[in-house]
Design a protein around this ligand. Structure first.
Ligand code: SF4
Length: 75
């Protein structure tokens, strides 16, 4: 498995987000160093670019992705 292309600059991976979940380590392993194509942050990054990824979006919050992308596409 390969690492996510965003890993180097990702605030989640580098523990720079507020309220980091206690299971952050598990999420990093699952998404950042595994199934990064399923990560909510990565999906917004692909659709709208890095600057459109909300500062409070965690990798497993996939339920927020469609709304963020729709809103971003209209902006
Ligand atoms: S998988 Fe998601 S959280 Fe992890 S480095 Fe990539 S964009 Fe960041």
């Amino acid at each position: 498995m390969t690492d996510c292309e965003c890993l180097e600059k990702c605030p989640f991976f580098h523990d720079k987000m507020e309220n980091m979940p206690s299971m952050a380590g598990m999420l990093k392993q699952r998404y950042c160093q595994g199934e990064w194509g399923l990560c909510a942050r990565h999906r917004v990054f692909c659709a709208l670019g890095r600057s459109a990824v909300p500062t409070d979006l965690f990798p497993n919050q996939v339920e927020r992705v469609d709304e963020i992308i729709s809103a971003g596409s209209l902006a």
